[in-house]
Design a protein around this ligand. Structure first.
Ligand SMILES: O=C(O)CCC(=O)C(=O)O
Ligand SMILES: [Fe+2]
Length: 313
């Protein structure tokens, strides 16, 4: 549970850092789960001829070699379905270690202090594995692989969640610093305001609407968690280092409140009265059912912005 000064920090600044909240054992299990997923993908690409030679070395070394072959490695490593049109084959990864992170007791204890102890995991959950920018194509515009533009998390959900009690938890799998593309936030008292976002490229707050002179770089060691209120403006820096920057952003809302993406499933992770999501297979199967349903439907936009306000011109 959070103490008074941590709660005050969150209320007055819109964000809070808990350094090294995630235990090493869980970080290592996530790493080895991802190692195995990457090997499976590599075997598939070798079999299909998309890869000619087996990449060797550490997870990051192999991923860099795959990246250099311009293979789409990101979506098969992400933990939910994408923003684009979903097909019956759209890949994603949800395994036991990822499930354990989503249900991690110390994380949920802190979340309970912020939104109460009836907690659902929202479907707005992502992995971000960011290679050094020098290895990315100049056209790379995905906020999960390259730079993230300034936004509020309220701005990337539907309006029905504007009043939802919700919190973003940004979990550092590697250290994050100014060099390798850490988060940036504009701190300030929580006011639930929603700024204009423009849809061109990444959904973003236009420069004219945000005073970035007070922006802070949130540098954290591996295993740390950054908690953000959904009205806190944030972005990420470019990864100018030679290292990868790896994080998960997981979101939680109070049970009964809207996630802002209700065509996707939410999952009960802590409750006195409701049945909890049982295990990783149940969670993965729910996503697989969602995928099968959405593959047959027209694409649903993940935000509300049309871009026709003058500030987006
Ligand atoms: O890690 C990033 O680049 C951005 C993360 C983000 O926007 C979030 O956690 O809500
Ligand atoms: Fe965000």
């Amino acid at each position: 549970m959070l103490n008074q000064s941590q709660l005050r920090q969150f209320e007055t600044q819109g964000y809070l850092v808990l350094e090294r909240l995630i235990e090493d054992d869980l970080l290592l299990r996530i790493e080895s789960e991802y190692d195995a997923v990457l090997d499976t993908l590599i075997n598939q690409w070798l079999a299909s001829g998309e890869l000619k030679e087996r990449p060797t070395g550490s997870f990051f070394e192999r991923l860099l070699m795959v990246n250099q072959q311009a293979l789409d490695w990101f979506q098969p490593l992400d933990i939910t379905l994408p923003m684009e049109k979903i097909t019956e084959k759209t890949p994603f990864h949800l395994g036991p270690a990822v499930f354990d992170l989503l249900n991690y007791g110390p994380l949920l204890d802190a979340v309970a202090s912020l939104i109460g102890s009836e907690i659902a995991a929202t479907p707005i959950q992502h992995v971000r594995i960011k290679p050094p920018a020098k290895h990315l194509s100049v056209n790379e515009n995905r906020a999960h692989v390259g730079v993230t533009a300034w936004h509020q998390d309220r701005g990337v959900a539907h309006a029905e969640a504007d009043q939802s009690l919700m919190v973003t938890t940004w979990c550092a799998m590697t250290e994050a610093d100014s060099d390798n593309g850490c988060l940036m936030v504009v701190p300030g008292a929580i006011n639930n305001s929603l700024m204009v976002h423009c849809p061109a490229g990444q959904t973003h707050i236009p420069d004219s609407e945000l005073d970035k002179s007070k922006a802070l770089a949130v540098e954290v060691p591996r295993g740390s968690v950054v908690f953000m209120h959904p009205s806190t403006p944030h972005a990420s820096r470019q990864n100018q280092s030679d290292r990868f920057r790896w994080s998960f952003d997981l979101r939680y809302h109070r049970i009964g409140h809207s996630s802002g993406r209700t065509h996707f499933p939410s999952f009960v992770v802590r409750s006195e009265t409701q049945k909890l999501v049982g295990n990783w297979q149940e969670m993965r199967d729910t996503w697989l059912e969602t995928r099968a349903r959405l593959a047959l439907e027209p694409h649903i936009s993940l935000h509300r912005w049309s871009g026709d306000t003058p500030v987006c011109a």
